[in-house]
Ligand binder design. Sequence first.
Ligand code: BEZ
Length: 329
Amino acid sequence: MKRRTFLKTTTLAAAAAFATPALVRASSDKTLRIGTITPGSHFWTQTMDRVGTSMADKSGGTFKTQIFPSGQLGNEATMIQQIQSGGLDMGFLTVAEFSNRLDDMAALFTPYLVQDVGRASKLLTGPTATGMLEQYKSLGMKGLGFGLGGMRHLISREPGLTSADLAGRKYRITPFAPLRDFYELMDVAPTPVPLPGLFDALANGQVDGADIDLELAWKLKLYDQAPNLTITSQMMFPVVAVVSGKYWAALDDAEKQMLSQAVSEQIDWLFAQYVEFEPKWLNDLQGTGMNVTTAEPGFFGDTISEWNAIWEPKAPSIAPLRAEAKALA
Ligand code: BEZ
């Protein structure tokens, strides 16, 4: 194994010291630098912290890792460019952002592919999803593994019994084409709002509701402004660990295996967190007095079949993912 200078794993709290200059370094420095959009309290960031610790342990202290959370290096589109140029080594980034570049990634957002995070974890580590990681090569990256956030639901300022009640409303979405289509098909105005601004956007009526998971509804205290929660579980919200092609090519086989294993082990930890915490967050949200209802797929009317008609031709992995999902216990 090549020797590397190792100090310790660092989560960088302040962006200022590591703004753009952090991406300029000597070519001999192979410290693993990882960017993510989520803050330190989010399970995705914690997963990357754990990858850093694991790499230090596995390498006997020769690997140094720096985590840049909260979009310190820019938004996800910027981080993707940095990974492509080799300026950033690794990202733990939403598959949503990649679906704007790789149409087939839309398959992972197929409505009602899986019912819950337990099954989502199995599907995201199954043969079809694992094969889909190969597509990241075309972007100059090595895809190491898919993880996930919680299942997606709807919260709103006013209740809605069917998607027809939502027509004409503005809902916050993460901006990516498959989700934009889903909301437009319901005649809802999809409105991109960055997560840190969502509480205020609901408070001041910029949006009427949001496509969200239970973790964010709880941690961002969205229940204060949007007291209606419809448990729809209509989609997964996967994340992907990608390494720059340049960084990957400079690793020897043992190091590649070490990094792949560290990521895979910590993504397993991430899956376990969502399986454990989703019921707790739901319970906590119910405890706030939220109006919580559960909706069946019929809630969305024709939207699902219309979404399928648009995306099945563009995302060939939908069919094999459906077949695999069907076989999951
Ligand atoms: C979202 O845009 O909803 C989101 C972003 C990062 C992690 C989880 C959710």
